[in-house]
Design a protein around this ligand. Sequence first.
Ligand SMILES: [Zn+2]
Length: 129
Amino acid sequence: MTNQKKDIKQILSSAFFAGRDIQLCDPETGTKYTIAHASIPDIIDALDVAENEPCQCCEESEHQWSLISSYGDEKPYLVCSNCLISLVTYRLSKKQYKNLLKNGHEESEFLIHDDFYDEDGTATQQLKF
Ligand SMILES: [Zn+2]
């Protein structure tokens, strides 16, 4: 596991995220991580995906994680580590938000629901940690 990914685990495992579990899959190795007491409102499952797909949020980095929400969102989010944190804390930039919509995600999905973003993609309910 790279240092960056360890950092992600630490962030997601922080006290702020108490009470929920999260599972992530590292597409490089196929290793699945369960992060106990992670917060994220019920992101529970993870999928293996084709390699070399770019991050759906920034479209700059290769995606490093895939995750799906147990709220029933059907498509996995293929995201790099930086965008993962933004996604699960409802802190996407307008560009990240619009890229997700462009890449097949929908406003009805829990993580990018209009409870958290207004019409132009401005984050309105950012979690702080
Ligand atoms: Zn990204």
